[in-house]
Ligand binder design. Sequence first.
Ligand code: NAG
Ligand code: NAG
Length: 316
Amino acid sequence: MSSKSICSPSESSSSTKSWIVHGIVAGAAIAVAVGARAYLGRSKNFRSRVVGIIPARFASSRFEGKPLVNILGKPMIQRTWERSKLATTLDHLVVATDDEKIAECCQQFGADVIMTSESCRNGTERCNEALQKLEKKYDIVVNIQGDEPLIEPEIIDGVVKALQAAPDAVFSTAVTSLKPEDAFDPNRVKCVVDNHGYAIYFSRGLIPYNKSGKVNPQFPYLLHLGIQSYDSNFLKIYPGLHPTPLQLEEDLEQLKVLENGYKMKVIKVDHEAHGVDAPEDVEKIESFMHHQLKMKMKAASGKELLGGSVVKVHQI
Ligand SMILES: *[C@@H]1O[C@H](CO)[C@@H](O)[C@H](O)[C@H]1NC(C)=O
Ligand SMILES: *[C@@H]1O[C@H](CO)[C@@H](O)[C@H](O)[C@H]1NC(C)=O
């Protein structure tokens, strides 16, 4: 019974020291400088106050109580929170939930919790409500999906820095290389970007489409990852924007942003997607983590002590 809910105290923070980051945000310094110059007249600390919000609901059509599922001895929500805590760009991190059990569990491992109403229809609405309820003001909200317990803190920092560096964008998100076997899987969302790294379109179909009808092994297709960050003024209006034709046809919320003419910055990262959507995914992620642990121990028994997370963030 590996999908039993548990709640354990947080590990000591000593484990955080073993992370070695090989890649950092390439060119981010330049991009930040450009963004800052563009906004010098307005503000020196453009979008500087950042809050990370992990929306978590108990009821789920496919997986009841998902945030509390046990993953190698810890609730999934705790794993997501501990990873997110390592991000350096967040001034504050909270869990937003409508559920007492989740709230209690999160408080036990030390997370700040904001109670949101049960009427929130999706994570974006929950983030918006949580933002309104927070005491302090924030310029950027990062929506950290609770079902990606292996989210790398570098990816959170990457989307935040991208939004800070792109004053004309209201939204930022991340993509990674699409595996050929996922090309025609409608649950894997594809993305195309322009020369400056702004999103052009998202689709459940393969984009761009090669006239051969097959995957072009030479083309660097992009897979969309769930993480997103918003300018907080935009977040206030986002849930209220009317559904748009492409959004409805593809069943992809983020298209509403593009169809209304807003700009979205995209960063490319190296990331193995290990989302937990269904109970079967728990076993998969656990065996992946076991494998990672073995590699780590093997490396440690040699000279080098390797961290588990090696993330490269590329500028597109
Ligand atoms: C389509 O894919 C093939 C490889 O399968 C590639 O050689 C070709 O350049 C691609 N583009 C066009 C327009 O055919
Ligand atoms: C969230 O749900 C509301 C209500 O169904 C909808 O209007 C909105 O488009 C959804 N998505 C986002 C991103 O706000």
